[in-house]
Design a protein around this ligand. Structure first.
Ligand SMILES: [Zn+2]
Ligand SMILES: [Zn+2]
Length: 239
């Protein structure tokens, strides 16, 4: 109701085109929503959720069968990190446009429901910020997403269980091998009793090579998690 009142006083504008937003409580108009590059729910690698050209149905991609296969069991990304989706996520991540989280939770919820059995998730954990990012930004954008997603799928969410150790370099700008090296051993689990024998869903904003999520999954598995699933808002196509 407060939202309805606010809409009267200060009509929401579409975050992309600036025209009046025509969907209640959302900041993306239906026309722009139609142009968001959503990932398909089928025809992806069963583990990492990557689309491999020429392959259909359920399959495992080369990355998920090789020696460097990820430690998570499954990953899904709602959209491709392109065009309007990229603009919106960038604004959310770096310019504090936190009001976009309702729109993003729609995308995440859709992707999670399409690819996972959400009722099997025991606990939802946000990807923790690095100490550097925490200083820079002062908020954890993945934390808001994890909380909103957990509320929508009716599961518990907890911050402070999956934590960062040390001060790794930023992943942005590193090649795939360096990303893997840089991400190694950077996570710890506090209160392992929350993950032991559980199906854990880790939520992050952008997946690039999956190296960071894989390291997080490794730490969770070492603490006894039985399954680790990952959901990210967007997937960036690797360079
Ligand atoms: Zn629009
Ligand atoms: Zn794969």
């Amino acid at each position: 109701m407060i939202g309805d009142l606010l809409d009267l006083v200060w009509p929401r504008r579409c975050a992309v085109c600036g025209r009046p937003a025509d969907r209640p409580g959302r900041h993306l108009c239906s026309e722009c929503l139609n142009r968001i590059p959503f990932n398909p729910a089928k025809g992806l690698c069963s583990v990492c959720g990557r689309a491999v050209e020429g392959l259909e149905g359920e399959y495992l991609c080369d990355d998920c069968t090789g020696p460097d296969r990820p430690s998570f069991d499954r990953a899904v990304s709602a959209v491709r990190y392109e065009d309007a989706a990229r603009e919106m996520i960038h604004g959310y991540k770096y310019a504090g446009q936190l009001w976009l989280r309702g729109d993003f939770a729609d995308w995440l919820e859709g992707a999670v429901s399409a690819r996972f059995d959400a009722s099997a998730v025991d606990i939802v954990l946000p990807m923790p910020l690095t100490a550097l990012h925490r200083l820079d930004r002062g908020y954890n954008q993945s934390g808001y997403l994890a909380r909103e997603l957990a509320r929508r799928i009716g599961r518990a969410e907890r911050g402070g269980i999956l934590v960062r150790k040390g001060h790794p370099r930023r992943q942005a700008g590193l090649c795939e091998e360096d990303r893997r090296e840089n991400a190694k051993g950077t996570f710890a689990v506090r209160h392992a009793e929350f993950v032991r024998g559980r199906t854990v869903l880790v939520v992050d904003d952008i997946m690039t090579t999956g190296a960071t999520l894989s390291e997080a999954a490794k730490a969770l598995k070492e603490s006894g998690a039985s399954r680790v699933w990952c959901a990210t808002l967007a997937r960036s196509i690797r360079a």
